[in-house]
Design a protein around this ligand. Structure first.
Ligand code: IPD
Length: 256
């Protein structure tokens, strides 16, 4: 199963790359304020869904661009064909294919592939997290003097809520921020030790399912209560290394 999903993610990334750099006219549509979808998102999702359905016919599938198949196994593949569509449209490298397995009410396995960088992260459950086949290094302890947290706010999140979260980060936690524009990439930065955590508001299950499974194998905890979460709902959460989470004020662990 693991090799199959990794090769589906790689091939999906190659399909996305064939569309990368196209002119936005006739290719990009708006799903809402600052929320984009492209022909590439749809083509890549169609490919991934076809491959997963052929490989794992008993499993359900839930995708950002509308795919919803119920399965009989109790397992669901949660798919974001291009996380970071905005960056994809603008020509940046911070976007990735994300395929996560949700089983027993938990993120159980994940593969994310950032095609421009040619970086593939995989892991979850009893599968150690690897980057391009090499096991991820142990994360550094939290050092407040070089503390960094990724942030991601969906455009529907009220500005007052975003400012409240930023105020807590700057005034109480006293670390700096990074915003990649793709939850997968921000969580990738946590997994590789470039940041200590990530605060997401208005983020969808397909943006994070794969990375949460990967992060759990290296001791990064995310405060998402999956048992109480509908896969279609918008999530508010914090992920971080144990040292970073310990440094947070208690009220930040409440909904933002
Ligand atoms: C978006 C990215 C972004 C987050 C948005 C998501 P998409 O996903 O993950 O970081 O802030 O909420 O919608 O639309 O590019 O797949």
């Amino acid at each position: 199963m693991y090799d199959v999903v990794q090769s589906i993610a790689r091939e999906a990334g190659e399909i996305a790359l064939r569309h990368f750099g196209r002119s936005p006219e006739g290719f990009v549509e708006s799903k809402g304020h600052l929320d984009l979808v492209t022909e590439a998102d749809r083509a890549v999702e169609q490919f991934i869904v076809g491959e997963l359905a052929a490989a794992f016919p008993a499993d359900g599938i839930f995708g950002e661009e509308g795919s919803a198949r119920s399965g009989t196994s109790g397992r669901t593949w949660v798919v974001d064909p291009i996380d970071g569509t905005f960056n994809f449209v603008r020509g940046g490298d911070q976007w990735a294919v994300s395929i996560g397995l949700f089983a027993n009410d938990r993120p159980a396995y994940g593969v994310t592939y950032a095609p421009v960088r040619n970086d593939l992260l995989a892991g979850g459950g009893d599968q150690a997290a690897t980057l391009n086949g090499i096991r991820l290094k142990a994360l550094p302890p939290f050092a407040p003097g070089i503390g960094l947290v990724g942030v991601g706010f969906h455009p529907v999140i009220p500005i007052s809520d975003r400012l409240r979260a930023l105020n807590i980060i700057f005034s109480d936690v006293k670390v700096d921020i990074r915003a990649s524009g793709a939850a997968t990439i921000s969580l990738f930065e946590v997994a590789t030790g470039l940041t200590d955590g990530y605060i997401g508001s208005g983020i969808s299950s397909w943006d994070v399912m794969a990375m949460v499974a990967i992060l759990e194998t290296i001791g990064v905890h995310c405060n998402i209560d999956w048992k109480a979460t509908d896969l279609a709902s918008k999530l508010q959460f914090i992920c971080g290394t144990p040292g970073f989470l310990r440094a947070l004020p208690r009220d930040l662990l409440q909904p933002l």
